[in-house]
Design a protein around this ligand. Sequence first.
Ligand code: KIV
Ligand code: ZN
Length: 500
Amino acid sequence: MAEKVIIFDTTLRDGEQAPGASLTSLQKLEIAFQLEKLGVDVIEAGFPIASPDDFKGVNIISRNIKKSIICALARCLDKDIEVANQSLKPAKHPRIHIFLATSKIHLKYKFKKAEDEIEMIARRATRFARDLCDDIEFSPEDAIRTERDFLFRIIEIAIKEGATTINIPDTVGYSYPQEIFSLITDIFHNVPNINKATVSIHCHDDLGMAVANSLSAVLAGSRQVHCTINGIGERAGNASLEEIVMAIKTRKDVFSSVYTDIETQQIMRTSKLVSALTGFPVPPNKAIVGINAFRHESGIHQDAVIKKRITYEIIDPKDVGIKGSELVLGKHSGRHALIKRLKELGFKLDDKRIEEIFKKFKELGDKKKEIFDDDLIALVEEETRLKKRGYELVSVRVTTGTDITPQAVIKIEHTRKVYEAKSTGDGPVDACYRAIDKIVGKSVKLIDYKLEAITRGKDAQGLVRVEIMVGDKTFIGRGSSTDIIEASIKAYLDALNKSS
Ligand code: KIV
Ligand code: ZN
């Protein structure tokens, strides 16, 4: 029978300890509601002795959340434990989490205390906490760097005095998967009363191994994992909840003996909420919740994903609350992805036109990182306009600046001949238009000129719309390009071509 791995979320405590990630008590409550929806078993809501708002956060969450266990952190000090207990008073399922450093480094430099004193503090504090609350979690801080025999002794004492969960923190993110596996295995073999407690793991990401270490602990028998949404936390952060949960779900072959109760479809929503409220952006390449996690840009990948999603995706995006995978169009994309997107946008184009658009699409891909739908629409429209072309831009060179008169040298093709003209103007666009007027030999009056960005980003395409008057008739032209001078010329030529 598969056993449940308890998901202990510490976003609101260790996550909030990430420099710059502070949350108000009301923001914490909003996240707690979402964590409850996500199916988190334990919500570590804060460190109540730390500040009045931390106390308020735990208290307000205790009052409102009824499904998950609500946990409050405390040092092994009576005052801390009392305040934690106080903050948890309205909770339906309260838990006090006490911690005490046990490594030689911490004993020597932080506490200046001997091991027997630490044993005594652990004994007293656990008993004190247990007399107040039935659900006690004990963490020997910096467990990874603690002498094993001493660690086993401390754990045994904590369980004897009433701790129901023993959490093993890799406080400084120093460990690696094999070491964690052997430590958890040793704890099971060397702590005589270990079967009276749940063994938990708490990993930091200083060496980028928090998730791998947590999963290794699960394989060794840990049945509770501490984690945070988006992996936020002290320094490099904590093990990320979404990665742990999805690893267990995706690699059922490896984690066949365990499961979690997480509603994985709520993952994306939770990630976005935490990111918005903490102000911590999620890196685009972040596993599971990064914007690129289910996007494909290369032509080979796109083609394969169109044929069968699982060729390049190990997780169904719907399982984490994302509508579907996305084929991002860019310079690496192939014909298949372009055709698919053009069809989705409602264009019915024959093979020849698709070929022409594909060529232009590749040229645009070299200029722009990502090609959005609006870029594609502009490409198709541009291509349609050019089909009926008369005058066509060959090249343009513009010299401009704050202390010189703008000048344009322009080459235009018409009926297979290339014409060149030069002109100055009131601005670079005016210089171009005057040079074009010389070539076409018409008297053209510019009635209106409008420029707008049609796509996003610094490399957005500009769309120019002009209205000109030739004789007594007006003509409208449009042109688009990532270069606004080029877009302006195209628009002018488009209008001129309609006039002839
Ligand atoms: O990293 C750590 O050791 C902690 C403890 C309080 C569990 O966050
Ligand atoms: Zn921590």
